[in-house]
Design a protein around this ligand. Structure first.
Ligand SMILES: C[S@@+](CC[C@H](N)C(=O)[O-])C[C@H]1O[C@@H](n2cnc3c(N)ncnc32)[C@H](O)[C@@H]1O
Length: 457
């Protein structure tokens, strides 16, 4: 078929083509949806009601992808520039011009849409989304990239889809002031030392990333510099990671210069985190999230809890008083070590943690300790594979609480659980990431015929 593929009145746009587009709504991932002669176009950088000049980057059979070249007409619902930090766009905050109540409404809609369209699930209670307590400066972890602009070393963020560019930023409005100060100090040191930034196009240069983690509970700021292998003077950071090769990763052999661990406080616990251990990026909303999990468990009559994908053990430890026994499963060794330390440091004696892949570790765990009557799962964005979901079903838990950071992967997992005899009772989105399209939600599944267990309502 010719470049301009015809399907009725719908004309498939070509790659590189530019045209005006009215953004109708937002879809999962935060892109705008518009139509060009009936043909669906997903556009980056537009908000509902905007008219933008869009340039097509990909043209597929059923839809095209585009980026915004220019905002031609602003949506009436857009916040005035002066309300959005003097019109200064904050990288990493693509929804900053969208009023917060609309951000919440879009997130709630996307959870409903994923569960009904992908999971074909209707018969459950979608509860109102819990709003975040702080709309700015809530992030406890930021990963900056080094780059070069006009011959000077800069430290900032790579714009979406631009692996070879860095946008300089002195004050990231999503992170607290102390994190920004740590970034500015390290940049000053790097410029003073004259160490060249790493260039991903050539593979030359040394300075790659600065990762800053800040404890909201103790105020501790932990810095980790990521470089290529090179002889440099001792950097003024807590940790120094050396990464070889052209990739953009930040994981590698790490030397300890200052504080090895970040000490955080969450839900009444003091927890220790290694740099490789996951922790929810919004500490105060993590408490709200864990509180929601606890609320959904209701009166479990709990004997044994499995905390799958447990990270540093926080969810299992927060719930430990409800159970005789808690067992956490996690693939990252340092996180498992943290979880064990966290149990001991908080005087929790009925929790233990196992280093294993959920895919292969669940059956042996059941063989060793028996089946759980409650399971909490909190997988990464990709959700559970069909096989892991089958392993989860084999646990025959009366109740499963699923913490999801991606409703489009929760939906097929939920459908598989329902097919296997679970009932999806309630789902509550919790906003952990204001100004961004990221969505977190908690879902409660109850096994049909589970004795003596209510709906946690
Ligand atoms: C979204 S985090 C949840 C962490 C924890 N529940 C919390 O609230 O801090 C997902 C965790 O799953 C772990 N993980 C990823 N793949 C895994 C696998 N195949 N088996 C076990 N754990 C895995 C990651 O290391 C990470 O700690």
């Amino acid at each position: 078929m010719a470049e301009s593929e015809q399907a009725g009145t719908r004309t498939r746009p070509r790659r590189g083509e530019e045209f005006e587009l009215e953004v109708e709504t937002l879809v999962y991932g935060g892109r705008g949806l518009g139509r060009r002669n009936g043909f669906v176009v997903f556009v980056d950088g537009g908000l509902p009601g905007d008219r933008v000049l869009a340039r097509v980057s990909k043209s597929k059979k059923g839809y095209a992808e585009a980026s915004t070249v220019e905002l031609i007409e602003r949506a009436s619902s857009r916040l005035p520039d002066e309300d959005v930090h003097d019109g200064e766009p904050c990288p990493g905050a693509p929804w900053q011009a969208l009023p917060y109540d609309r951000q919440l409404a879009f997130k709630a809609e996307q959870v409903a849409d994923a569960l009904s369209r992908i999971g074909r699930l209707e018969d459950f209670e979608l509860e109102p989304i819990t709003a975040a307590d702080a709309l700015w400066r809530y992030r406890n972890k930021v990963e900056y990239s080094f780059g070069e602009q006009a011959g000077e070393t800069v430290l900032g963020f790579r714009p979406r889809g631009r692996w070879d560019e860095v946008l300089e930023i002195e004050d990231c409005l999503l992170s607290p002031e102390a994190t920004n100060r740590a970034r500015n100090e390290l940049l000053g040191w790097a410029r003073g030392e004259g160490i060249p930034p790493f260039d991903p196009r050539t593979g030359e240069g040394v300075l790659r990333n600065l990762v800053v983690r800040e404890s909201f509970g103790t105020g501790q700021v932990q810095t980790r510099l990521v470089t290529s292998p090179a002889r440099i003077s001792k950097p003024p950071v807590d940790l120094h990671t050396v990464v070889e090769g052209p990739g953009g990763g930040t994981i590698g052999p790490t030397g300890v210069i200052g504080d090895e661990f970040l000490i955080e406080r969450v839900s009444g616990l003091e927890i220790r985190l290694s740099h490789e251990s996951f922790f929810q990026t919004n500490t105060t909303m993590a408490e709200v999230l864990y509180g929601t999990v606890r609320e959904f468990l209701g009166d479990t009559g709990g004997v044994r809890l499995f905390d799958l994908f447990c990270g540093a053990g926080t969810i299992g430890l927060v719930l430990a008083d409800l159970f005789d026994e808690v067992v956490g499963l996690e693939i990252v060794p340092d996180a498992v070590a943290n979880a064990e330390w966290n149990a001991r440091a908080n005087g929790i004696r009925n929790a233990r943690f196992v280093e294993a892949d959920t895919r292969t570790g669940l059956r042996p765990l059941i063989a060793e300790v028996g089946k759980p009557n409650v399971v909490v799962v909190d997988p990464p964005r990709a959700g559970l594979s069909a096989k892991v979901t089958r392993r989860l079903i084999e646990c025959e838990a009366d109740r499963i609480v699923y913490v999801s950071c991606n409703p489009t992967t929760l939906a097929p997992n939920a459908a598989q659980l329902v097919e296997a005899g679970y009932r999806l009772v309630r789902v509550r989105p919790v906003d952990m990431f204001p100004q961004t399209p990221h969505i977190e939600c908690v879902a409660l599944f109850v096994r049909d015929g589970a004795g003596g267990i209510g709906d946690g309502a």
